[in-house]
Each structure stands twice: as C-alpha cells, then as structure tokens.
Ligand binder design. Structure first.
Ligand code: XMP
Length: 508
C-alpha cells in the first residue's frame, strides 16, 4: 500500500493534512520531525513527504528542522507554510520576516503552470497565515505563484520533485486546495488510491488473527465508539478467546448499560462481563465536589475494579485497547497545556500485568473508525454515539454526586436528548447538567424549591472549539416544560449560550 509521510513541525493542521490525504484513499502517517531518521524514511519507502506548518521562524536558533538529506532521497516533498520556508532554508534559499507584515486569511493567489497546479485556475483564493516569507529562492528553484504581497507564494524544482506552498491547501477555505493535494499525490508521487475502509477492516481482522493466534485477549468496553469497534473487530479475529469487561460505574446515561449488553452479548455473541460497581463508585465519590478530584477518584476506582475482574479470569495474554490515531499522535508530539485531565475510563493502568498490548485502531481517525464499525455491522446508535466523558454524569453534576441527583439528571438528560432527536436537530453533542443552584418555583398552589437544570448543545468539528447551537425556541420550550413536569425536584431550566472558548463543552 502506498503511503505518505506527514512530517510534523508543530503545525495546528498536521492531522488535517493526514485526513485530507486519506480522503483521497492514500494512507498518510504523521511523525514528529525529530522522531524519525532519514534512514527510517528511506526504509519505509514513502511515496511522498509533506512538511507541515508550524509556529516558528526557520532561522531561529531552536527552530524545528529535519536533516537536509531528506531532500536527497529522491522522494517528492511538498512543504506547506512553515514547511515551504523550511524547504527553502534546507535547499539553500533565504527566509525572513515579510516586509509587508503578516498575510492572513483568504487571499487571491495567481499560479503558473507546473505539475502541482495542473487544473487549478490561474487565480483563486487560498488560505494564508504567515509572517515570514521566502526572500531568495534556492538554486534551480522557480517561483510558481504569487499574491499581491507575497512574491514567492509557491516554489518548485520540478526535476527533483520538490514543491513548497506558502498557503494551506488542506483547509477548506482554500478553493482548490484539495486539487493541489491530489496533484501532489497522484501526478507527482504516483500514488494509487488503495486505502479503502472495507478492505482495511478485513486486513485488520486478518492481522489480529495472525498476531493473536492462540492467545487470550481482554478488552475494557466503555460503550463508546472506539472500544466498541475494537471489540467487534477482535471478536471476528479471535472469537471466544476475547473477553470484554464493561464496568458500570453508575454514572452512565439512561439506558446505556442495557444497550451495551444487548448489542455485544445479544447481537454479536461476545463474551461480556458486566460489573455493577455503582455503589462502590458512589461511596468513593461521597461528598466530593472538586471536578479534578472526582475525575481522579473515578479513574483510580475504575482501574481497581478492572484489575480485580482480570484477576478472576486467570491468565490473560493480551490487553486490547481502543486507542485511535489522534491519541497516538498527541501523546507522541509533546505536551500542550492541560485544561482538564481528560479521563477515559477505558484507559488502563500503566503498570499492566499483561504480556502484550494490542491496539487494532491505532492508525485510524475517528471517522475511519466509524466507517470500519459500519462495515462490520455495528448499529448506528453505537457508531454515531456522541462523545460521552469517561467520568460520566459525575462531571455533569456541579456539586457532590448522590443517587438522588443522578436520577434527576438521567431523566432530564434523556428528555432533552429525546426532544432534540425528535426535532432532528444536528448538534454534535447535547446533554443536561444538574447545577447546585436551587430556586423557587410554583406548582399548583404550592411553593416549590428545587434544582436548576442547564441544557447544553454544541456544534463543532473537533471539540477543540465549539459554538453553542442555536436551537429553535419551540424545541427548548418543549424540553423545558417536559423536564419541569416530568422530573421531580426540578423547578427551573436554563440554556447555556457559551461557546468554547471561553467555556469548555462540559461544565466540569
Ligand atoms: P471539554 O469539556 O474539555 O470537552 O471542552 C471536549 C470533549 O471531550 C469530552 N470530555 C471527556 N471525554 N473523558 C473523556 O473521555 C473526560 O474526562 C472528558 N472530559 C470531557 C467532552 O464530552 C467533549 O466531547
């Protein structure tokens, strides 16, 4: 299978580049610039290399730079933004701050004929975001695009198949960006479009079958998309040698534990151990209000429960996990600021006592995981499940967690989700939060004093940023009146109109 190396220099769009390449059915792999050697690049026989963008100036003392020998491997290179400047720098040209200051946003760019711009109109809009620019071209390079203020918006040395673009072809704001990537992949690198999900699923099953021959495998099933797809895939590979453990921490939404049992045990016939640990988690959480402490307690308790179950099963050879590609890339590419310690209760102890770890989905993006799940017959309800935090409803109760509050929140949340589903609203995540604010209400002739439920719905591509969803008033009205009528203890319903940033999606 042909593959492309996306050499990451810290750009915010590195994953997007890989996804755009894979959208063309060509496999793309992201590696940090300092985690792969020239020799390894040669051995992997990549068909092409893409240098990503990045926040630095190439000539700054600690700027991320790869070995210049990468350019001599005979493998085509496409440098994007910082990658374009790096290509220039490595090939002997000069980069410096642009005299006209930074160029940002949709920009009219005029291109000249070359393999990279075949079938791209002479003038169209591309997305720019830079403060440095290419001043002097390396020897035997020519300039093949310009904007009003950027003379060398694209450069190339066609003989060596080296190309650089100052703009970002991977973002949708670039009108013909995908065409530029297609030209690079197919005309320049000579890739074949062979990365097709149905085949990928079959190949992964086959690979797991070989790798896990005769071994007993354990998987922690959370009910989320990733571990669900991993479970079905592994079951197809090893059958009854797979055991899944589902820990019900009592912090799930209405009906979730039942769905997991019905689908995995019933429909797929997977060996499933369901552990009802609700009491244990509630006891541990009693009186705890601090969000990070809640997360920590839940994470640790989960690990203890899981370990105990694993011990009961006796010798297990392999621990399987639903790790997906963004997890792999993010953990390999250094630290970004921790806003919340996201805890995924599928995540397991570092000191695991298993001989082997198997992560069948580690090369797939979320949308690819969903395609594999669909190809294997998983129900829509699971494949398109909206994200749900590992610590569950505990991070949707702003005060301490009790049985009573959980019951109220579960009902209110179910009603809100039902109403949005009924109205066919396409928000990416929607849920209810139980706040600690109590307020006065009136029911019949009586004064009431109950909880305030906040409703939250967000629209987002990647959950890194999110817009609050503009829900129709009628839908909000319906949800509000049903919640106050049907859920005892709630006197007031409010709608959260904060985007991320400054807020986060979850309240805690
Ligand atoms: P925030 O609240 O950080 O959430 O804007 C972004 C997305 O991540 C989900 N989320 C979590 N997922 N464990 C998880 O597995 C967690 O601890 C966690 N906290 C937040 C959240 O639901 C949203 O989709």
């Amino acid at each position: 299978m042909d593959k492309i190396l996306v050499l990451d220099f810290g750009g915010q769009y590195s994953q997007l580049i890989a996804r755009r390449v894979r959208a063309e059915h060509v496999f793309a792999e992201i590696r940090a610039y300092d985690k792969i050697t020239v020799e390894q690049i040669r051995e992997e026989a990549y068909k092409g290399i893409i240098f990503t963008g990045g926040p630095n100036s190439v000539s700054a003392p600690n700027a991320p730079r790869c070995d210049r020998a990468v350019l001599d491997l005979g493998i085509p290179v496409l440098g994007i933004c910082y990658g374009h400047q790096l290509l220039t720098y490595l090939a002997g040209g000069m980069v410096a701050p642009a005299a006209s200051g930074s160029e940002y946003g949709g920009t009219e760019v005029t291109v000249e004929p070359c393999a990279l711009f075949a079938d791209v109109p002479e003038t169209s809009v591309f997305w720019m975001s830079h403060t440095d620019e290419v001043k002097t071209l390396p020897e035997s390079f020519v300039s093949v695009a310009h904007s009003a203020i950027c003379r060398n918006a694209a450069i190339c040395c066609e003989k060596r198949r080296l190309y650089g673009v100052q703009f970002h072809p991977e973002v949708t704001h670039s009108q013909h960006g995908q065409k530029v990537l297609q030209n690079f992949l197919f005309a320049i690198c000579g890739c074949r479009a062979a990365w097709v999900m149905d085949d990928v699923a079959e190949q992964m099953i086959q690979r797991c079958r070989e790798q896990l021959a005769g071994k007993r495998v354990l998987l922690a099933l959370s009910g989320g998309v990733d571990s669900a797809v991993a479970a079905v895939l592994l079951h197809k590979a090893v059958g009854d040698r797979l055991t899944c453990v589902f820990v019900d921490h009592g912090l799930l939404r209405k009906g979730e534990a039942e769905t997991v049992e019905r689908v995995f045990r019933g429909q797929f016939g997977i060996r499933l151990i369901c552990v009802d640990a609700a009491e244990r988690f509630l006891t541990q959480l009693a009186g705890v209000t601090d969000p990070e402490t809640k997360r920590k307690i839940i994470g640790e308790t989960f690990i203890r429960v899981f370990e105990e179950e694993a011990d009961k099963l006796g010798q297990i050879d392999v621990l399987a996990q639903g790790t997906i590609y963004p997890d792999v890339v993010e953990s390999g590419n250094g630290a970004s600021a921790v806003i919340k310690s996201h805890h995924n209760v599928g995540g397991l102890p570092k000191d695991v006592r298993f001989k082997e770890i198997c992560e069948p989905l580690r090369m797939l993006f979320k949308d690819e995981v969903r395609q594999v799940g669909t190809a294997m017959g998983l129900p829509r309800q699971i494949v398109w499940r909206q994200p749900f935090p590992g610590p569950g409803l505990a991070v949707r109760i702003t005060d301490d967690v009790t049985k009573e509050k959980l019951a109220i929140l579960r009902e209110a949340d179910a009603i809100f989700r039902e109403e949005l589903d009924r109205a066919q609203i396409s928000a990416d995540q929607y849920f209810a939060v139980l706040t600690q604010t109590r307020s006065v209400g009136v029911m019949g002739d009586f004064r009431t004093y109950g909880y305030t439920v906040a409703l939250r719905a967000v629209t987002t591509d990647d959950f890194m940023t999110a817009q609050w969803t503009r829900l129709p008033y009628e839908v909000l009205e319906c949800a509000s009146s049903r919640i106050t009528n049907e859920v005892g203890g709630v006197t007031r319903v409010v709608y959260d109109i904060t985007s991320k940033p400054p807020a986060t999606v979850e309240w805690l």
